[in-house]
Design a protein. Structure first.
Length: 210
């Protein structure tokens, strides 16, 4: 069952799921800022972004996309890697970029863990909420792992790659949104996202009780 079907069949469940999904993208961005802060960059803290206040994070279009399409985003948390000590800058780029993806994977894990522990009726409201919450967070994590700027996966690659590769990725970044959008519309990213989803689910399943 999708989000629109849930809205039509059970508005109360849709509202509950909407709040949880909004905090999925909020925690994604908050995780970036928190890890950056711990590594020496207080930019997000100075700008008041290390908060659970949704007004500070939510993007109108990204929120509407999340609620009615099942995929969306929050306002990016500002990060300045120059504030991280030079010897830790590449590590900082990797950890900060991976933090948002990790937050979505943790959300998915908790949802599936609760589903296993509670064992709700598969047609009930709780089951629908938990499964959709897990599914969308896995999609968000998989999408962000794609190594095309400005997605988090590209930043993780840059943390390991030589400067020559990083220069190419930096040159692509101003056009990255349009590249990603075009590839999505063409369906070219679907196989990659599907493989990444299966991989994430396999990793999560290892830690779920039998």
């Amino acid at each position: 069952m999708g989000l629109i079907s849930l809205l039509l069949s059970d508005p109360a469940a849709f509202v509950i799921l909407s709040v949880l999904l909004l905090y999925s993208v909020i925690f994604h961005e908050l995780a970036h800022g928190w890890v950056a802060y711990k590594m020496g960059d207080a930019t997000a803290k100075w700008l008041g972004r290390l908060t659970l206040n949704p007004i500070k994070h939510l993007d109108l279009i990204g929120t509407l996309m999340l609620l009615f399409v099942g995929f969306g985003w929050a306002k990016p948390v500002p990060i300045n890697l120059e504030n991280i000590p030079a010897e830790n800058r590449r590590k900082g780029l990797i950890f900060v970029s991976a933090a948002g993806i990790t937050a979505n994977i943790v959300f998915a894990f908790i949802a599936l863990l609760l589903y296993r522990l509670i064992s709700p009726d598969q047609s009930g409201m709780i089951a629908q909420i938990l499964i959709l919450l897990a599914r969308i967070n896995i999609i968000l994590a998989a999408f962000n792992l794609i190594p095309i700027p400005p997605l988090d996966g590209s930043k993780i690659v840059m943390g390991f790659a030589p400067e020559s590769v990083n220069r190419v990725l930096n040159q692509i970044e101003p056009f990255g949104f349009f590249i990603v959008l075009g590839l999505l519309l063409l369906g070219a990213l679907n196989p990659v996202i599907n493989v990444l989803q299966y991989f994430i689910l396999a990793v999560i399943s290892v830690f779920l009780p039998g």
